[in-house]
Structure formats: structure tokens, C-alpha cells
Design a protein around this ligand. Structure first.
Ligand SMILES: [Ca+2]
Ligand SMILES: [Ca+2]
Ligand SMILES: [Ca+2]
Length: 463
């Protein structure tokens, strides 16, 4: 059961309506600047398939890349959409450097690095009206596809709310992919460039929305950008159902003194590729272990190997479900694990080697994120090491955890920087007995040092 969802601009159902509204409102001169109206009205009505037969019309291939065009008459959102009901203060817009002085946004795009290249942006300092204070409520699964103001999430642990204090309101704006079909076992790599700049911009999140259940899972999040410069974002994911990808840009709260200040988010060069395809040039090293090791390889100079596992019904052979299969509560999904049972002995090691990464430079660390599962009273140790190929120096341990952590997946992350090209190594070490399988999943990389925030629940639903 899927809501029929309509997206367009400002409630308009035609280009004429939309362009009139925008050109008169924004610039007051339709005759001279009609193209700007067209720029802002480039998406009209789109629907999410309501029936099975409609869903079958969803193309099997991922969308073509989108660079948002070059030059005002050609700016274009391609197949991307914004929600119909988004109020102006919660709306992504097409823009380009030449227009940035009037309508906001970065001074150059990413594709061409000039003032003619298109992008989409969300100006966070925009405040059309006065916000009403909203008391936070627990998220409810209302499944309304509506951007705009939303209550702040509950504090950690769902503690009671002090009603004497106005919690403020955050605005958020959604930028939505067209309908996507199943990704296939290898999954998709979504790569893009983003800017997050200014005091009033808080965070950028990517959600996956299941079109049948209308539930959202958050897959990716950043809370800071390299101010003013385009930063690459990458996301490898696999999903066995019809879905949407939603970028959500979130402002600071109205209670935050930074909220009135300027800020914006921008996106450019959106590219979907199939993981494992020969021309894949993004998501290097990322892996959800659904259909293989994604370029990671087993070391031959150790004691045994990492294996691919899948939805084990016995905890003796691996976790019952993987980490990256999101909101599908089924015994499904792949991961990689070490099997500690006979003939393994305590202290045996298995190493999984990454592809070769280029040097990061001293000022450009990357953060490797991954999920771990360490269940069983004989659990040994999981380490991440940095290896410099061709160098005699031993691998250097940069992350390590030992002992059991229950029958659960946990997020982990480690910052890496290297003056030379390098490899990363997952090393699993067998513990005191055979009840000690260690699993990993959802390896990904983001630019910059890892932030300390790891307490965001992996899966949560927004109102
Ligand atoms: Ca562009
Ligand atoms: Ca997985
Ligand atoms: Ca091995």
C-alpha cells in the first residue's frame, strides 16, 4: 500500500502557473527573466507507483547521472524531485553561481567549477514566517511525504521533556530520487558532491524509503562540511525492493543562536552505478558483502580466511541477519565472518585486505565506518591495521576490540591518513574456544576525521 505522491512546485500543476508565481514573486519581471521561472519550475507532477503493475514500469536500471545542466536555460533536476507541499523555507532549488547573489547557493558548481554550471541548493537562513513552538513528540509512522518543519527528535533514551522550555523547531528539506527498483545483489553505488556551509546548516542525511511500507532507514549522515568547498559523498547499498533515495538537509533549531545566520546545502553530480561493474569509479573499498568482497581479498600469509556469510539460523555459524539490510526483518543479507570452530585454534589469524588506496595527505584523513558482530564466550579480537605495500615495516594496528559484545551489530569507525598509498586490513583472531565467530559488514568511507558521534541509532523512522 503506497500513498500516491505528487510533487511539484508551489502547488502548481502547469508550467505557466509555476513560472508566473515564481517570476513575479522572486524578481517581479516575467518578461525579462522567464528563464529563471523555468529553472525553478522544472519539475511538475510525479507519482509513486500505487499498484504492482505501475511498479513494474519502474526502470530496472538506475537513473542516469545528473549534473543539473549548464547555463540558465538548461538548468535541470533530471529525474530528481522535491515534495509538492514543501513550504519555501524547506525547499531545494536549482541554482548556479551567477544567480547566487540573488537566490543564494554556492558561487560555483562542482561539474565545471564555474558560475554557469548548475546545482541544487537549500538556503538555510530563509525564514518566511515565524515558527510556532512545538513540543517534541515521539516519532509516529504517519508516512506523510511532506517536508518542512518537524519537531526535534526525542533526547537520548526517550527521557521526559521539560515542557517549560521551548524546544524550538528545525526545518528540513527533501530532495528525492525517482522510483528505483531492486538493486540486485551487488547493489548500487550512489556518489555525489555536496556543500554544507554556514552556521544555520546542521546536517545532511540520506534516507532509503521503502515504497511498500513507506518506512525510512537512514543510511548516511554528515554534520559538517569542508566549509565552502565541494566534498565527495559516496554510499554503497543493496535493497531488495522498490525504493526511493531521499536527501534530507536539516537546519539548526530556532532555539540555536546560529539559526538566523546564512547557510546552505548544495548537491551536484549525482551518479548511480552498479557495484561490481567494470566501469565503476566510485565507492572504492565500500562493501555490503551482499554479492562478494568488493575488491577486498583474503591474505594468503595467515592461518585461515574470512568467508562470506548469509542469514545464519545458528549463532554457531554467524549472525542471523546482516547489518546492511535495513528495515527488512528477515533472515537475509550478506556479511563477512571468521569461523572459529574446529580446526581453528586459539590465536589463529585471518586477514582481509582492502584494495590499494591513494595517499590521503596529512590534512585530508578519511573515516572508515563499518559494523561488527562479536557474539560467543570464546570471542577473540578484531583489529584494523594499516599496511604500506612494499614496505618492510609491520602493519600498524589502528583500531582494536576484544571480547564478546552480545548478539548485536555495532557501528565502529576509525580515522586514517597516509602519506603514501596504503591498504587497510581486517584481522580476526580466534579466541579461547570455538564460540567466537566475528563478523563485519557495511564498510564505507567518508572524507575527514571520524566525528565522535556514534550514538545515532542505525535504523530510525521520522515522522
Ligand atoms: Ca553541475
Ligand atoms: Ca550486508
Ligand atoms: Ca587468509
Amino acid at each position: 500500500m503506497v500513498n500516491k505522491l505528487h510533487y511539484n512546485f508551489s502547488g502548481c500543476v502547469s508550467w505557466e502557473c509555476c513560472s508566473t508565481r515564481y517570476t513575479s514573486k522572486v524578481l517581479g519581471s516575467m518578461a525579462t527573466l522567464q528563464w529563471l521561472g523555468r529553472v525553478m519550475c522544472s519539475a511538475f507532477i510525479q507519482t509513486v507507483p500505487e499498484t504492482r503493475s505501475e511498479r513494474l514500469t519502474v526502470p530496472e536500471e538506475p537513473p542516469d547521472p545528473c549534473d543539473f545542466g549548464v547555463g540558465a536555460p538548461n538548468l535541470d533536476m533530471c529525474t530528481w524531485l522535491i515534495p509538492v507541499n514543501a513550504p519555501p523555507r524547506s525547499r531545494w532549488r536549482l541554482g548556479m553561481g551567477e544567480l547566487s547573489a540573488w537566490i543564494g547557493g554556492p558561487r560555483a558548481d562542482h561539474t565545471t567549477s564555474d558560475r554557469q554550471g548548475g546545482y541544487v541548493f537549500y538556503e538555510t537562513s530563509y525564514q518566511e514566517d515565524v515558527h510556532q513552538p512545538v513540543v517534541p513528540t515521539l516519532p509516529k509512522s504517519t508516512h506523510q511525504m511532506v517536508g518542512g518543519a518537524r519537531p526535534l527528535p526525542q533526547g537520548a533514551g526517550g527521557s521526559s521533556v521539560d515542557l517549560s522550555e521551548d524546544p524550538g523547531v528545525v526545518d528540513s528539506a527533501w530532495f528525492i530520487s525517482r522510483n528505483l527498483s531492486r538493486t540486485g545483489p551487488m547493489g548500487y553505488c550512489l556518489s555525489f558532491f555536496y556543500i554544507m556551509e554556514g552556521l544555520s546548516a546542521d546536517r545532511l542525511i540520506i534516507h532509503l524509503r521503502d515504497m511498500e511500507t513507506a518506512e525510512n532507514a537512514s543510511l548516511w549522515e554528515v554534520r559538517e562540511g569542508q566549509e565552502g568547498s565541494w566534498t565527495k559523498g559516496e554510499l554503497a547499498y543493496t535493497y531488495d525492493g522498490f525504493h526511493l533515495i531521499i536527501f534530507e538537509a536539516v537546519t539548526k533549531s530556532t532555539n540555536d543562536p546560529a539559526r538566523p545566520f546564512r547557510g546552505h546545502f548544495a548537491l551536484d553530480d549525482m551518479v548511480f552505478q552498479k557495484m561490481g561493474s567494470p566501469d565503476l569509479d566510485n565507492c572504492f573499498g565500500h562493501c555490503t558483502f551482499e554479492g562478494g568482497f568488493c575488491g577486498w581479498t583474503n591474505d594468503v600469509e595467515d592461518d585461515f580466511d574470512w568467508e562470506l556469510g548469509r542469514s545464519s539460523k545458528s549463532f554457531l555459524t554467524g549472525p542471523s541477519r546482516d547489518y546492511s539490510s535495513y528495515n527488512r526483518d528477515e533472515q537475509t543479507g550478506g556479511y563477512s565472518f571468521i569461523d572459529a570452530s574446529f580446526p581453528r585454534r586459539p590465536g589463529d589469524k585471518a586477514r582481509l585486505l582492502s584494495p590499494n588506496f591513494l595517499a590521503t595527505g596529512d590534512n585530508n584523513p578519511v573515516c572508515m565506518k563499518f559494523a561488527t558482530h562479536m557474539f560467543g564466550n570464546g570471542i577473540g579480537t578484531l583489529r584494523v591495521l594499516k599496511r604500506v605495500p612494499g614496505e618492510e615495516a609491520p602493519d600498524r594496528v589502528i583500531w582494536e576490540v576484544s571480547g564478546e559484545s552480545g548478539n548485536k551489530w555495532y557501528r565502529a569507525q576509525v580515522s586514517v591518513s597516509s602519506a603514501t598509498s596504503y591498504q587497510l586490513v581486517f584481522e580476526g583472531i580466534v579466541g579461547t574456544n570455538s564460540l567466537g565467530n566475528i563478523a563485519i559488514d557495511s564498510v564505507s568511507f567518508v572524507p575527514g576525521t571520524c566525528t565522535s558521534k556514534l550514538n545515532v541509532p542505525f535504523f530510525y523512522i521520522y515522522v
